[in-house]
Design a protein around this ligand. Structure first.
Ligand SMILES: [Zn+2]
Length: 302
């Protein structure tokens, strides 16, 4: 619990913004990733589109009062980094930004930035929130329906599935993690399931299309154990990630935001000796200080 003087100092920092009820220490900036709308997660991240006009940057500068975690797509890293550098120089040190890349597929990345924003109010620092992002990625279960797995690399398809890709009307359900799945969807066969009876715990966003596949929501409902399926617009690059020209991607996520925040923020945190912010992983995501490397250097010096 914060002491009165700590509250006063923090409110002091936020002068001019009117009454502050909940003091948030950290923000999320989705760079080049459009956040998905998710059941149970109302908080939205700040966004910095890669082709943002100058006004959008000015607006973001006005809104950004706390340290932040910027999440960038590894697949489109260069333009996203350039945008972020422009923002950082415009901020002129007013707040710090921990920068993270995600390798997740496009729709999963759009779910990730929303979940990160959902956890942000509970995070004691931007450094600790950055350390929790890998755990947040593991809260997602990603699957795709593809007409071919001939060129798919992750998960690696077995030889039989690649051969089957050459047949007309072939269709596959694939999932890279936690267990790699490449299952053929036959017209009369049973649908493989990734979750059992999940309707109370998870919901699913799905996007994209596969020619000739009717009622994808029904199929995905079976795959994800009866969870609610919300179809959304496909983010750019969706099919390309799966190395096909048409794909449906689906991402299951937990709907209980508070329980999720407890799971992912339950990290052993300590204040960083350099910047003072609580963090868990090394080096510190905000300032780059590595406690272990500093200690080793001291020992060598002695
Ligand atoms: Zn630090």
């Amino acid at each position: 619990m914060l002491s009165l003087s700590a509250v006063a100092t923090r409110q002091g920092k936020l002068q001019g913004r009117g009454p502050v009820c909940v003091v948030q220490n950290t923000n999320v900036i989705a760079v080049g990733i459009e956040p998905a709308l998710l059941v149970g997660h109302e908080s939205a991240p700040l966004t910095l589109p890669i082709d943002a006009p100058k006004d959008a940057l000015t607006e973001l500068l006005d809104e950004l009062r706390e340290d932040a975690v910027a999440i960038l797509p590894a697949g489109r890293l260069e333009p996203a980094l350039r945008r972020l550098h422009v923002l950082q120089s415009a901020l002129d040190g007013r707040c710090r930004i921990a920068c993270l890349q995600t390798e997740l597929s496009p729709l999963a990345a759009s779910a990730l930035v929303r979940l990160a924003a959902s956890v942000a109010p509970e995070a004691p620092s931007a450094a600790l929130l950055a350390d929790a992002v890998p755990a947040l990625e593991h809260e997602l279960l990603v699957a795709a329906v593809l007409p071919s797995v001939l060129r798919l690399r992750r998960p690696k398809p077995p030889f039989g599935a690649r051969l089957r890709s050459l047949l007309p009307g072939a269709r596959f359900l694939v999932s890279p993690e936690p267990e790699p799945v490449v299952a053929s969807l036959r017209r009369a066969g049973a649908v493989p399931t990734l979750l059992d009876d999940a309707r109370d715990e998870v919901a699913v966003v799905a996007a994209g299309r596969v020619r000739g596949l009717q009622g994808p929501a029904e199929l995905l409902g079976e795959v994800f154990g009866g969870a609610q399926i919300d179809e959304v617009d496909a983010p750019p690059g969706l099919a390309g990630r799966w190395r096909v020209t048409q794909a449906i991607e689906a991402v299951a996520y937990p709907i209980d935001a508070a329980a999720m925040a407890r799971r992912v923020l339950g990290l052993q945190a300590a204040p960083c000796p350099w910047c003072g912010e609580p963090h868990a992983a090394l080096p510190c995501a905000l300032c780059g200080h590595d406690r272990n490397r500093a200690l080793t250097r001291q020992e060598i010096a002695v």
